[in-house]
Design a protein. Structure first.
Length: 453
């Protein structure tokens, strides 16, 4: 295996030659949200994996090739997930305040475990998820969506991201995990802040503190919820292991699920000449999972040795991320995508770390969209598509607002919107929030009060 210094000079026409051997494409500038297809096309010129910068000073390789992505995902012995192998972090070369550190630093849970330890932790997760009754989950989605629609149906307009797509999974997950009001409010704030990258470290600490309280609560008062089932599992998870388990289950579910709901709604509501007529909800979901997966770039692996991945040189201990979005749109699949299973995409991952909750996620997404369209059958976009704004971060590309309009139904006056607040621990007067659900500190408490009332 050649060292980086021994590698031959790239030939003329190669991006590495034109931009310098150390050129890295930044993924944090907004280029992905502006033209993700163009960015991935340029990255493919480097080979199966391209040098990128996730945030200032945070370097990685991004796998854009479908076959190469499968190879990395399915070979944990060569490409483990343990972030303690991250060479640049260990050498102090990653800025302490980098917004991507909370999403990439090591946590002692299944996301960054390998081998037998991963199997033990994942078994506790899959067994607990299997105890969620489908009928109960459906009723919970129905109840949550009924509450949300009641908050805006009298207005005739709504932001389908901030007032619906982001809130459905928050309500559903807080109930499934047995979060009481105030703990659930902090969980909402923490998870949203970590994904957005704004005050990510503060958000992470708030989330960890809230989950630690939840674990202690379930020790003393177990319930019919996933948190209690994890504590009861024969894997005998410690409290230190419980928090990463909950972060993975809730964090990997809430924000990506919100993005999936919003993106599928955009596919359905966009002009018919772009989607070939009305789409079935399931078809819209599959379209998003293939073409705009909720997690576009993630799943960091750390090679145990220098490796040649189809001509792309990867150094031991340097993060290798999977671009699920680029792999799904790999030009080599263009002639076979029609014959592939509609679920052969990599949006749920693959290999030992594949998403364990894809079936509940599809159920929640489909049900939330169906109920909304049935309740508001003339729902339509309120702005031109070219006016929509998308997230600028490296991990996902999602619409930040989705303004829509509809005919106001003739019904009783909608219940008042739950009181909103700023981040936990803030002081001063509170103001009403019309969108940006992550800032609604009291939203979960408001939902519980509404339902019990």
């Amino acid at each position: 295996m050649q060292s980086p210094a021994d590698r031959p000079t790239p030939p003329p026409g190669c991006p590495a030659h034109e931009n310098g051997q150390n050129h890295r494409t930044p993924l944090y500038t907004g280029a992905l949200s502006a033209d993700s297809a163009g960015v991935y096309d340029r990255l493919r010129k480097f080979g199966p994996a391209a040098p990128v910068e996730l945030a200032p000073g945070v370097e990685a390789s991004l796998v854009t090739d479908y076959a190469a992505a499968l190879h990395v995902l399915q070979n944990p012995d060569m490409f483990p997930r343990d972030a303690r192998r991250w060479r640049a972090l260990n050498e102090g070369r990653v800025p302490a305040d980098s917004p991507v550190r909370p999403m990439m630093e090591y946590l002692p849970g299944p996301l960054m475990a390998d081998g037998a330890e991963h199997l033990r932790l994942r078994q506790a997760m899959t067994d607990s998820l299997a105890r969620v009754d489908t009928h109960r989950l459906t009723r919970l989605v129905d109840r949550s969506t009924k509450f949300l629609i009641s908050q805006f149906e009298a207005q005739g307009r709504v932001d389908l991201v901030g007032n619906y797509a982001q809130l459905v999974p928050l309500l559903v997950f807080n109930e499934l995990f047995g979060c009481p009001g105030e703990i659930g409010d902090r969980v909402v704030y923490g998870i949203s802040g970590m994904f957005d990258g704004a005050n990510a470290d503060e958000a992470k600490q708030i989330l960890i503190g809230a989950l630690a309280e939840l674990v202690q609560l379930k020790h003393s008062k177990p319930g019919d919820d996933i948190t209690s089932w994890l504590l009861e599992h024969p894997a005998a998870l410690t409290d230190e292991e419980m928090i990463p388990q909950l972060i993975q289950l809730m964090g990997a579910g809430m924000q990506p699920l919100a993005d999936l709901i919003a993106s599928a709604l955009l596919v359905i509501l966009r002009p018919d000449d772009q989607n070939g007529g009305e789409l079935l909800v399931e078809d819209a979901i599959d379209s998003v999972l293939w073409n705009n997966p909720p997690i576009a770039n993630y799943a960091a692996h750390y090679p145990v040795q220098d490796v040649d991945l189809g001509g792309s040189k990867l150094d031991a201990g340097d993060p290798v991320l999977i671009s699920f979005a680029a792999a799904n749109s790999d030009p080599s699949l263009s002639t076979s995508r029609q014959t592939l299973s509609r679920r052969a995409h990599l949006a749920w991952g693959a290999g030992p770390h594949a998403c364990p909750a894809k079936d509940p996620a599809r159920l929640i997404t489909a049900r939330a969209i169906e109920i909304l369209l049935n309740q508001l059958p003339d729902l339509e976009l309120a702005v031109d598509q070219d006016k929509l704004v998308f997230t600028p971060g490296p991990f996902h590309v999602a619409v930040t607002e989705l303004p829509a309009r509809f005919t106001r139904p003739v019904r009783e006056e909608a219940r008042p919107t739950p009181r909103a607040a700023a981040a936990p621990g803030s002081s001063g007067p509170q103001r009403e929030q019309t969108s940006a659900a992550p800032q609604q500190k009291g939203f979960w408490s408001g939902f519980l009060s509404w339902w019990k009332g």
